[in-house]
Design a protein around this ligand. Structure first.
Ligand code: TRP
Length: 450
């Protein structure tokens, strides 16, 4: 991290742009490309997109501001922040849930990022000739392949945090993130020249009304909003805790939310025309981008290999900076709690993450017979994280800042001050976002509605 130590010997961002870059690095990752297309495809397209955008505005932005405000004020980790602001109150459960959720997400995130790393390797050595779908299925049903690439990614993430060279990653993000955005744009334009463009665009942008009555579409959109913005588990509390007081939060949050959402939509425009051009099932699940994009690169001819190489490189780095932020939540908590050094903590947490990821990495191949609630281990880990842990964590954070903390202190600390926007924000946190989250929860377990 691009940090100095402050007078309490706590690390601190050197500049406002260091913080924004790190937060963008956290937000932009597999979620924007892999998660967005997979969820949008499975939830029938445009209806999902509509609800997703509403969730971003009414829930995502307000909760991001809530996390920033908590973190910068308390200057502590996800758990310590709640204890500092509301000592002895039950709100701290939100912090513990965050640490738990970080492990949960890290059980599958590096597995998928490992697939990205493997594709990068394939393009480095010449790319695919034909039938990337069969190759993908062959690869993920194996044992050694998924385990090795998973290991490489976890090792890379922990090594970066261990040697404290995150600032290198964040600095390179200054170039790589805009490059990724540009790259997605070029690929999206190319994708629009393929035969399935009309169908792909219709799928993404023209809602079918019956999907709007399906509660699981709402839950998927809500979960995707939390995941993509890195919300609901204190990752952004932790990042904002390294922030000096003089930074303005509302504008920073707006640019992060805007960039993250734009990137997801552009990546959708890159993926869905191709999905329909190559007759791939949009509801194909976790492998959707991995089966679709190589076809696009094959279609491009020889330059396709270079495009594939650059694409998986940029996506891999984006996944790395997200994984670093996920790792930071348990690391900063455990360091303070057990008084361990950063290095010892990183090794122990990294090892734990690798071990819990092993059954998940094998869950599509050798362990595919293990199912819980009819879901394989990877689907289960994703479902619980996206649709349960993060929205629940977000609900607690929202209610905490809305009701558990003094209102004028909140407004002052958020930099909104006594403004109309500040008042709207408080009421979004107090009523609107908790209400929507609870409503979506209740309707998806069938307590209300059909
Ligand atoms: N937002 C990241 C992505 O889109 C994933 C991520 C990083 C995350 N940190 C998080 C998700 C914290 C939830 C909470 O890939």
């Amino acid at each position: 991290m691009n940090m100095d130590l402050n007078k309490n010997n706590r690390e601190q961002w050197k500049s406002r742009s260091g913080f924004i870059l790190a937060a963008i690095g956290s937000a932009v990752g597999l979620g924007n490309i892999w998660g967005f297309s997979y969820n949008l495809g499975q939830s029938g397209g445009a209806a999902f997109l509509l609800i997703y955008i509403i969730c971003i505005i009414l829930i995502g932005y307000p909760i991001m501001m809530a996390e920033f405000t908590i973190g910068r004020y308390s200057q502590s980790d996800a758990v310590g922040s709640f204890q500092k602001i509301a000592p002895g109150k039950p709100w701290v459960i939100g912090g513990f849930m965050g640490v738990f959720a970080a492990f949960f997400i890290m059980s599958f995130y590096p597995v998928i990022a490992g697939w990205v790393t493997r594709y990068f390797g394939v393009y480095l050595t010449g790319g695919f000739e034909t039938s990337a779908e069969n190759d993908f299925i062959g690869f993920i049903s194996g044992t050694t392949g998924p385990l090795i690439w998973h290991f490489i990614f976890v090792a890379l993430t922990t090594a970066i945090v261990f040697f404290g060279v995150q600032k290198g990653i964040e600095k390179s993000n200054k170039v790589l993130m805009p490059l990724l955005a540009l790259f997605l744009l070029v690929l999206a334009i190319y994708s629009l020249t393929l035969g399935g463009a009309t169908e792909g665009l219709r799928f993404m942008f023209s809602p079918t009304w019956d999907s709007l009555t399906n509660p699981s579409v709402y839950l998927a959109a809500l979960g995707q909003a939390f995941f993509s913005l890195s919300l609901g588990m204190g990752a952004l509390i932790t990042y904002a805790s390294y922030l000096k007081k003089e930074n303005k939060l509302p504008g920073a949050a707006a640019s992060i939310v805007g960039f993250d959402t734009l990137l997801a939509i552009v990546s959708g425009i890159m993926i869905f025309p191709a999905v329909f051009s190559f007759n791939i099932d949009p509801a194909g699940g976790t492998g959707l981008v991995f089966m679709t994009l190589p076809n696009v690169f094959i279609e491009m001819g020889r330059v396709g290999v270079i495009f594939g190489f650059l694409f998986f490189l940029l996506l891999g780095v984006a996944a790395l900076s997200s994984a670093i932020s996920l790792l930071e939540v348990p690391v900063s908590y455990i360091m303070r709690r057990l008084n361990w050094s950063r290095r010892l903590t990183v090794i122990v947490v990294g090892l734990a993450i690798y071990i819990i990821g092993v059954p998940v990495a094998l869950s599509i191949g050798p362990l595919s017979h293990i199912t819980i609630f009819n879901l394989g281990l990877m689907d289960l880990a994703e479902y619980v994280s996206f649709n349960l842990l993060l929205p629940l964590g977000g609900l607690i954070i929202s209610l905490f800042v809305g009701w558990g903390w003094n209102k004028s202190a909140v407004l002052r600390e958020s930099d909104f001050g006594q403004s109309v926007v500040g008042t709207i924000w408080i009421w979004l946190l107090r009523v609107v976002s908790p209400f929507i989250i609870v409503l979506i929860f209740l309707s998806s377990i069938g307590i209300i509605g059909s």
